[in-house]
Design a protein around this ligand. Sequence first.
Ligand code: BTN
Length: 263
Amino acid sequence: MEAIKGFLQPAVGDQIRRLTLLAETDSTNDYLLQLPTADMHGQIVLAEKQNAGKGRRGRRWQSPQGNIFLSMGWRFNTRAVSLEGLSAVVGICTCRALSGIGLSGHGIKWPNDIYVDGAKLAGILVELKGNSHGTSAVIGVGINMHLDAETTSNIDQPATGLAGQSGLKTTDRNTIVAAVIEEIIAALEHGSRRLPDYLREHWSQWDLLAGQAVHLEYQGAAYKGEAQGITPGGALRLHVSSGPGSAAEIMTFHSAEVSVRRA
Ligand code: BTN
């Protein structure tokens, strides 16, 4: 734990109220979500393993010992609807941190799945708890380090770990976690108003779907088209070639509702 703090810039360390390292837990996101909202801000929880790790869309996140399971609590003075782009921002932060340790060739499959060489390396799950005064976000980041054969067989898509990647300066988890935390805090310290600017500035550099033919499912209907980046709020822009309603128009899709596949 002290090792992680030692890697953080002092200004970043000052924004962290508590850093908790657990040998195991069901889910680091759930650990923070059960706290009173007033206590969440600035708290970071890390676990060596998760017994019931959560992925997006109700899926499980395979969480064996030794991978990175990180959750951070952050309070915004805004309604949850303004935070739609937050998970894409955190995806970018994670990509930037991984570049910093020497990874290359990685990027984000909208909304926030991090891939390298066609295999999933990391995922983001943002969960929000709002009230009339604002919204508390629990930002969860999972980064695979090693995946054994049994774990891989439980994942329904190609998956990989950092440990097998070439060109890395380090695979030290403390260093990686500190780099991810620094990127996230730098992106969030100006509050939610800056999130659209952050996406405008950085998204295209990491966008693995840009210009690709994709299939979408939305409210039981299938759409095909070409992915054309995201809106400043983080919604996917699709130039629709087939689907209900008129084709050959740009439609926008919000992450909670959609699953995307490359055509
Ligand atoms: C996904 O790609 O489906 C999102 C995966 C998010 C996994 C992380 S690991 C830390 C945090 N705790 C959880 O239970 N899930 C997130």
